[in-house]
Write a protein that binds this ligand. Sequence first.
Ligand SMILES: [Cu+2]
Length: 81
Amino acid sequence: MIAGTAGVSSSAEPKPKVIKILARRFTYTPNKITLKKGVPVVFELQTADVLMGFSIPDFQTRADIFCGSGHETMNGTLVVE
Ligand SMILES: [Cu+2]
């Protein structure tokens, strides 16, 4: 019933920008991400080898999983402009 969506405006809310991040021991790709202030984002995380922890302190996002020796050097930069 596609006609049922006719009244929905696609510009009412900004569509979340999907950011794909690939993690592997001991790097993130990309490891620098630039976002625009006010634009919602969805982080899509994928791991190439082992389970990983992920944390963005400023977003109060954190999942701790120790992935091995070298874990401490796994980091990247998130820029909001
Ligand atoms: Cu790690």
